[in-house]
Design a protein around this ligand. Structure first.
Ligand code: MEV
Length: 447
């Protein structure tokens, strides 16, 4: 630890720790201990990351019929600059290339393009009460009176949220079809994702809604669409820094724009393009204990907002630079639910600098944009398989039985041989071990 900490720079003026290449060279334990020491995190939060601590009781209170954990690796994509502040992004994901790609693109954009800028909406969410065979939609005067009644009715369930600066923000009554009417209530949930609060609030006004608007209330539930709670990320990267392999920056930037156009025109490509964005967004959501399914559903639905499923990103080349933009609905909490309840998510939030929910959404949008830039750059450049197979080689090495330093040695040989299979991994491991024991024998002989 000591050896490495001397070459790592201290927290910068915004408080985030500067994690250079020496961080990547550390062992897993050294990285974790380094971060924990610098962030002043200890105890359960750190133990939760090792996987060798007993969190069985926690599993059992988090889900029904728990049998244990499916441990997903958590890593850190370092080197993002977002709105002028350095951010290290914790990501939990099973796919080997995701954190490497986010780190590469995030730090390139931050070093060469001045970083990302963001804009976020207030954290307002919607919940609905559905009425069947309600009267026709009342005029403004009656609706205003109904809204005032709902506001009074929600005072109690929203008392704590009101005290935190959130609370009821209004309602709309809309016809869904000939028989169905939706009463949509809008609540600012501040730093919470807000699902429980929204559901409680909607259920509490079911009868009131049916009584005042007529008909029968069928159900009351939040909407995961979250399209009033968006975050937008942008970057501007001088084209020369888009250069890759044999292609110069102009060529690469033009091809990135072309790739985005393909995703806008062809549904099949759009799904994969957006999946790449969600690699970043969902990994951050999972690391912080957020509801990844809610975020995924909202983002994919948002991709259809003009009637056709298309790319969530936008790119253009202007004034010698590539401009990237991504807007997403992001109902991410920084408190509540599993967030800051599971000790590993508490650690992740500390790594992020304890953001509020809007800042967390802004960071997620940046990671999604960086992830897309990385994927599309590789796709229109050399292709993704070369990088992917290099990372896959680590897994083959591990599966063959390599451990510790053997993993990198075996993976290197697999990549050099361009044979990515179990048989080659077994052979390379045997070679590495044979060389090691010859080395040891040589050392003993010379003593
Ligand atoms: C792989 O997880 C994600 C990509 O397929 C995304 C994309 O094609 O844009 C590389």
């Amino acid at each position: 630890m000591k050896k490495n900490s001397s070459v790592l720079t201290p927290p910068n003026e915004t408080g985030a720790i500067v994690l250079g290449t020496s961080f990547r060279r550390m062992s897993v334990r050294e990285r974790r201990d380094y971060l924990a020491a610098r962030l002043g995190v200890s105890g359960q939060e750190v133990d939760a990351l090792t996987g060798d601590t007993n969190l069985t009781d926690l599993a059992n209170v988090m889900v029904e019929s728990a049998i244990g954990y499916m441990a997903v690796p958590m890593g850190v994509a370092a080197g993002f600059v977002i709105d002028g502040e350095r951010v290290n992004v914790p990501m939990a994901v099973e796919e080997p290339s995701v954190i490497a790609a986010a780190t590469h693109a995030g730090s390139l954009i931050s070093r060469r393009g001045g970083g990302f800028t963001t804009v976020t909406d207030e954290p307002v969410m919607c919940a609905e009460v559905y009425l069947r065979d309600a009267d026709s939609i009342p005029g403004d005067h009656v609706l205003k009176r109904f809204e005032a009644e709902v506001r009074t009715h929600l005072r109690d369930p929203l008392r704590a949220m009101n005290a935190r600066g959130g609370g009821f923000r209004g309602l709309r009554v809309e016809r869904v079809d000939d028989r169905l009417t939706a009463v949509r209530i809008y609540i600012d949930t501040r730093d919470a994702m807000g699902a429980n609060l929204l559901n409680t609030a909607a259920e509490s006004i079911r009868e009131l809604a049916a009584d005042r608007l007529g008909g029968e209330s069928i159900m009351a539930i939040l909407s995961n669409a979250a399209d009033d709670r968006t975050a937008e990320a942008r970057f501007t990267l001088p084209v020369e820094f888009c250069a890759r392999g044999k292609r110069n920056g102009d060529e690469m930037a033009e091809r990135i724009v072309a790739a985005n156009t393909i995703a806008n025109r062809d549904y099949h490509r759009a799904v994969t393009h957006n999946k790449g964005i969600m690699n970043g967004v969902s990994s951050l959501a999972l690391a912080t204990g957020n509801d990844t399914r809610a975020v995924e559903a909202a983002c994919h639905a948002y991709a259809t907002r003009d009637g056709r499923y298309r790319a969530l990103t936008e790119y253009e080349v202007r004034d010698g630079a590539l401009h990237g933009r991504l807007r997403l609905p992001l109902a991410l909490g920084s408190v509540g639910g599993a967030v800051a309840f599971h000790p590993a998510s508490r650690f992740a939030l500390r790594v992020l600098g304890s953001p509020d929910s809007q800042r967390l959404a802004a960071i997620a949008a940046c990671v999604g944009l960086a992830q897309n830039f990385a994927a599309v750059s590789a796709l229109v450049g050399e292709g993704i398989q070369r990088g992917h197979m290099r990372l896959h080689a680590n897994r083959l090495a591990w599966k063959a039985g390599a451990r510790g330093r053997e993993i990198a040695a075996v993976a290197e040989r697999i990549s050099a041989a361009h044979r990515f299979n179990d048989e080659t991994a077994d052979r390379m491991l045997a070679e590495v071990r044979a060389e090691k024991s010859r080395e040891r024998a040589g050392n003993n002989g010379s003593e």
